[in-house]
Design a binder for this molecule. Structure first.
Ligand code: SIN
Length: 310
């Protein structure tokens, strides 16, 4: 029985449900080309800033038994470079998602305005990078989230979405959903890594990454239950009008299926992509299809958002 994984995010049709996250292996043109040639259904760029950045000092990424801790600090080529790459990326016949991460509302206005005039398909504004010393995560400042959304959603017709930090309190889900509903936000991506965690090496008596005194974003299996809860909570609060992209700890077809039950329209893969490379998309897609086939499901809508009550 053929399994149809086609979906859509903010009205943009996708051949399948799996894409790369704005994270590892999507900074340079060569990396993005490798994503294009994989089974990732879209090409998502690394979050860009106004100017190119080297990122934080090394070591800034360390694998852990169940994932990773990282404090990359947004190493990227600067938004102009991604703007110039868009025609070549579009020629690879996949939707292109640009991720932007300005250090102020004005930065984001400048970059969103520029990408609104480009051929990019979706604009994901990252409100949740935890790794810039001295910069708070916009997603945890509800007043700033409101102001930023008012500004960036008024700049054109191309679908805008935001990448959210993980929330842990029901009142925060409600507060953020109510802000999102005030504006034409077309999709949300949740979650970013769990920011400002600390892993200590007891032998060296040091943190295992250098930036920010060792504080970094926790990724991988550790964060999957939090990602699932965030997708589920926002699906219930936002209804079906706003697309939701799930991220966090997806390394198998069954992980991807769990996000589908929680209500995700599509999912992004980061830590597993870093460990395995772009071939992970074909493997996870194959596993997801096999799991759905065993259940007698033939399309995503057979299970999307259909978490069963106990
Ligand atoms: C980073 O570059 O520090 C990670 C990006 C993010 O957390 O949004």
């Amino acid at each position: 029985m053929p399994i149809d994984l086609s979906t859509q995010v903010a009205g943009v049709k996708l051949q399948s449900y799996l894409m790369n996250a704005s994270g590892p292996q999507c900074t340079t043109f060569d990396e993005l080309e490798r994503i294009a040639h994989s089974n990732s259904t879209a090409i998502v760029t690394k979050s860009c800033t106004l100017l190119p950045r080297e990122g934080n000092p090394e070591p800034r990424y360390q694998n852990l038994p169940l994932g990773a801790i990282q404090s990359m600090g947004l190493p990227n080529l600067g938004y102009q470079a991604y703007l110039e790459m868009i025609p070549a990326l579009k020629a690879m016949n996949k939707p292109v998602v640009v991720s932007i991460s300005g250090f102020s509302i004005n930065d984001n206005i400048k970059m969103v305005s520029a990408f609104q005039k480009s051929a990019v398909d979706l604009i994901e504004v990252n409100f949740s990078c935890p790794n810039i010393p001295g910069k708070a995560q916009v997603a945890y400042d509800f007043e700033q989230t409101d102001q930023a959304l008012a500004a960036i959603t008024a700049l054109g017709d191309k679908p805008i979405g935001i990448k959210l930090a993980p929330y842990f309190d029901m009142s925060h889900f409600t507060a953020v959903a109510n802000i999102i509903k005030k504006y034409p936000v077309k999709f949300i991506t949740c979650i970013n890594s769990i920011g400002n965690t600390l892993v200590i090496d007891p032998y060296t008596e040091q943190p295992i990454i250098k930036p920010k005194g060792g504080f970094g974003g926790l990724c991988g299996d550790y964060v999957k239950p939090i990602g699932l809860a965030n997708v589920r909570a926002f699906r219930e609060l936002l209804g079906d009008e706003i697309s939701i992209i799930g991220v966090g700890g997806i390394k198998s077809g069954i992980d991807a299926f769990e996000y589908l039950l929680a209500g995700a329209d599509a999912v992004q893969i980061a830590t597993c992509l870093e460990k395995e490379g772009p071939k992970c998309f074909a493997r996870i897609e194959h596993e997801l299809k096999a799991f759905m086939a065993a259940k007698g499901y033939t399309q995503l809508s057979d299970a999307k958002g259909k978490l069963k009550p106990m």
